[in-house]
Design a protein around this ligand. Structure first.
Ligand SMILES: [Zn+2]
Length: 378
């Protein structure tokens, strides 16, 4: 292929729907072997590692002379589903944009990283440049967890899209998932003497949840991320008209700021339970936290952040330090103590019926990543 845009086209043509997200989805294997072959063709030392059966991570290393830091450029190979998209796997270029599932989230970022690594000569840098293409970011980040158990780069750039001016993301929110179950007593609808209405009782929790979210909204905001939040995600309970519901289950999501405690959601669920008990003595609530993912932040003064922005500006881009609302794998790199930024080509339509990547930003990003490697791997 003759350009990053051609490379992106080839990546979008390969179905890589996350099979956990969409049962029967193609999975990452075909895309991983195409990436593996392309990077091997460019002379990198490549490795394929099965994280789950048929779902491999790819890593490719451009060996340096030795004595310099290892820079990793990381992206995910999986995409969300494409039901409802007319031609998800047939890339179409129009007005400098390439349309197709995964173009923006995040095959353009992968293409930029691959292209940059291919431009570096073997032994040109002191440190190694590593491209990592991992599985499963769209579901539970199995790929990055497995990658970081096997490798520890000195610096990392996650090439998820960061904005039209080739901005440098230095912070994003964390999230946690939990559930509250209100216990009642199932009984025939005619027997108020026996039944306890779990659905009506869960109302006490929901009123408290809303007021807790209001308090979080009034907390001192993070300069790039605003305030934390908590919301109900799904509610279920009850069987039919003629029965008292014995149980009502509420799924809850908490979005957190850098610096908040790991157990912020657990503390919130306890607080909600106590407040509901004060309103409704005898209410029985069970709470549970299912998943906690930390927030991400790196100082704008950190060398990696600063140098990347300066290189982007030299290339004529506006490049600001920004925060992203959504979570991505960069938090897992940062949690290992690895200086990390998010920096990737923009576009639009992530997870939507029309998705596109901006080809000008793709070229620009690839050029900045190449210069970044030459600057930091010395
Ligand atoms: Zn993504």
């Amino acid at each position: 292929v003759s350009s990053p845009a051609e490379l992106l086209r080839a990546l979008v043509e390969i179905d890589s729907v996350n099979p956990t997200l969409v049962p029967g989805g193609a999975g990452e294997a075909s895309l991983a072997s195409a990436i593996h072959a392309w990077l091997a063709g460019a002379g990198l030392e490549v490795d394929l590692h099965e994280v789950r059966p048929g779902r491999p991570n790819v890593t490719a290393r451009r060996k340096g002379r030795g004595g310099g830091p290892t820079l990793m450029l990381a992206g995910h190979t999986d995409t969300v589903g494409y039901d409802g998209m007319p031609d998800p796997l047939t890339p179409r270029v129009e007005g400098g944009m390439l349309f197709g599932r995964g173009a923006y989230d995040m095959k353009a970022g992968l293409a930029a990283a691959m292209w940059a690594a291919a431009q570096i000569e073997p032994g040109e840098l002191a440190g190694d440049l590593v491209v990592a293409a991992v599985i499963d970011e769209e579901h539970s980040s199995l790929g990055t967890e497995s990658l970081l158990a096997r490798q520890r780069p000195d610096l990392a750039v996650v090439t998820e899209p960061t904005g039209a001016g080739l901005d440098v993301c230095i912070a994003h929110k964390g999230f946690a998932w939990g559930e509250l179950t209100v216990l009642g007593r199932a009984a025939h609808g005619s027997r108020r003497d026996l039944g306890v209405d779990a659905i009506a009782r869960s109302g006490h929790l929901l009123v408290e949840l809303e007021s807790l979210d209001g308090r979080l909204a009034r907390a001192v905001p993070h300069p790039l991320l605003g305030s934390p939040s908590i919301h109900a995600s799904k509610i279920s309970g009850g069987r039919e008209w003629s029965s008292y519901p014995g149980e009502c289950r509420i799924l809850v999501e908490r979005r957190s700021l850098p610096g908040e405690a790991e157990d912020a959601l657990a503390a919130d669920l306890e607080l909600l339970t106590d407040a509901a008990s004060a309103r409704c003595p005898g209410i029985e609530v069970r709470s549970r936290v299912d998943l906690v993912r930390p927030a991400f932040e790196i100082s704008p003064g950190a060398e990696l952040a600063h140098i990347t922005r300066e290189l982007a500006r030299l290339g004529g881009w506006r490049s600001e330090f920004v925060g992203l609302a959504g979570w991505n794998d960069s938090a897992l790199f940062a949690a290992q103590g690895i200086p990390t930024i998010v920096f990737g080509p923009g576009g639009g339509g992530a997870h939507a019926d029309e998705e596109w990547a901006d080809l000008g930003q793709l070229e620009g990003c690839a050029a900045v990543l190449e210069m970044l490697a030459r600057t930091v791997c010395t």
